[in-house]
Design a protein around this ligand. Structure first.
Ligand SMILES: [Zn+2]
Ligand SMILES: [Zn+2]
Length: 135
C-alpha cells in the first residue's frame, strides 16, 4: 500500500495495486506547475487510487502533447498531488514527491527532453551541505 499527501496534511491519498513506470517529465507545463526543473510522476491504476481526506482541486489545460491534463493540487497549501487525463481514464499519475515513501519510485525514462533546462542536471563539484546552508 502506497500512501501520500500534501504539505499541510489536508489532502491524503492511498493506493493499492501494481506500481507502474515512473518518469522525469521536462515539459514546460510540468516545470511551471511544480516550480522545479522537472516533474517526477508514477503511473498508478485509477481503480486502486483513493483520496482519503480533503478535496483536491484540479486545473485542466491542454499540454504540448495535445492531451487535456488535469493537475490536482491541495486547495489549502497548493502542493501538486496527481494528474489525470480523459484520454487515459484507467490511470492517474501521482507526483513522486507527494509519496510518504519516495523510495518506492524508481524513474526509468525521461519525457520531453527537447524542453529540458540545463539546470535539470546538478553539475559535479558543487559544494554540498548535509543540512541547510547557514546564510
Ligand atoms: Zn495541503
Ligand atoms: Zn510534463
Amino acid at each position: 500500500m502506497l500512501t501520500g499527501g500534501c504539505l499541510c496534511g489536508a489532502c491524503r491519498f492511498e493506493y493499492g495495486g501494481e506500481v507502474g513506470p515512473a518518469n522525469y517529465c521536462h515539459c514546460s507545463d510540468c516545470r511551471r506547475s511544480t516550480g522545479g526543473a522537472f516533474n517526477v510522476g508514477v503511473r498508478l491504476d485509477a481503480d486502486g487510487f483513493r483520496v482519503l481526506r480533503g478535496a483536491p482541486r484540479a486545473f485542466t489545460k491542454q499540454g504540448d502533447s495535445g492531451n487535456r491534463l488535469s493537475r490536482h493540487f491541495c486547495p489549502e497549501c497548493g502542493s501538486p498531488l496527481f494528474t489525470s487525463s480523459p484520454r487515459h481514464p484507467r490511470w492517474v499519475f501521482v507526483k513522486a514527491g507527494a509519496l510518504d515513501d519516495p523510495a518506492a519510485v524508481k524513474p526509468s525514462y525521461e519525457s520531453w527532453v527537447s524542453s529540458k533546462v540545463a539546470w535539470a542536471r546538478i553539475p559535479d563539484g558543487l559544494e554540498k551541505f548535509e543540512r541547510g546552508r547557514v546564510a
